[in-house]
Design a protein around this ligand. Structure first.
Ligand code: 1GP
Length: 250
């Protein structure tokens, strides 16, 4: 059954009821057939994942994104585009994380891609989730390379928090702290808590390098509202299920 409704209100309602959310990231480039995707989605939805993000940094092609979205439609969870480029825009999704890469050194990723995308999004009629996207960590990752960003080091939580606060003051509804897909370490607890303390009720999404239930629970306990996992879903579905269950029953 297809998800129906307003995605932002759905997320807010969960958060206001005291829940922590989990989003599963599906990279269309890495999907190995519809059967495999259905199996993965069934497992994560049964475990309690709240929404499916669809996107990637490389080789994303609109046909693949639309195909992935149409499989998500079987599972009554919102499909949210998480585009690495304009090729990640798909007609049939429920919403789009409209991400400004705040610490990019290239204005294209801060605002110019958005200028190109905005009229298309309006025409398609996608719900927009305005998101300040901040790449953090002590190493380059695909997303920092593709987005011309120098990751903000974990040792500078106050600078990371200042970026997040700027996003809040610009009116963005979400702040996404991104350590990068497959990062060797997830965002540390002190960075999450420092950011959450200043952005208060702005919704905090944290992702990148989360591979164990313990780390996921640490991150939500530090103040993340939403945790995203992608790589572990592709590599160890059983562990991904445990991560979701741990977040949901904490
Ligand atoms: C990437 O934050 C997500 O945008 C997920 O990262 O693939 O490391 O889980 P992982």
């Amino acid at each position: 059954m297809k998800f129906r409704g307003n995605v932002y209100r759905y997320i807010l309602k969960e958060i206001e009821s005291g829940s922590k959310l989990h989003f599963t990231l599906i990279d269309p480039e890495k999907v190995q057939g519809i059967d495999q995707l259905e199996k993965v989605l069934k497992a994560v939805v049964d475990a309690g994942t709240d929404a499916i993000l669809i996107g990637g940094s490389l080789q994303v092609f609109i046909d693949d994104v639309e195909k992935a979205v149409s499989v998500v439609e079987e599972f009554n969870r919102p499909s949210i585009l998480f585009p690495g480029s304009l090729a990640g825009l798909a007609r049939n999704a429920d919403a789009i994380l409209f991400i400004s890469l705040l610490n990019s050194e290239n204005p294209y990723y801060i605002i110019k891609a958005h200028v190109s995308a905005a009229p298309i999004i309006r025409r398609i009629g996608l719900e927009v989730l305005p998101t300040g996207y901040i790449i953090v960590g002590n190493w380059p990752t695909s997303v920092s390379i593709m987005g011309d960003a120098k990751p903000l080091p974990f040792e500078k939580p106050n600078i990371i928090a200042a970026y997040a606060l700027a996003a809040k003051y610009l009116g963005m509804k979400f702040v996404y702290l991104e350590a990068g897909s497959g990062a060797p370490q997830p965002v540390p607890q002190n960075v999450v808590s420092t950011v959450k303390k200043v952005i208060e009720d702005t919704i905090l999404i944290v992702g990148g390098g989360i591979r164990t239930p313990e780390k996921a629970v640490e991150i939500v306990n530090a103040g993340a509202d939403i945790v995203v996992t992608g790589t572990i879903v592709e590599e160890r579905l059983d562990t991904a299920v445990k991560i979701i269950e741990a977040i949901k029953k904490r």
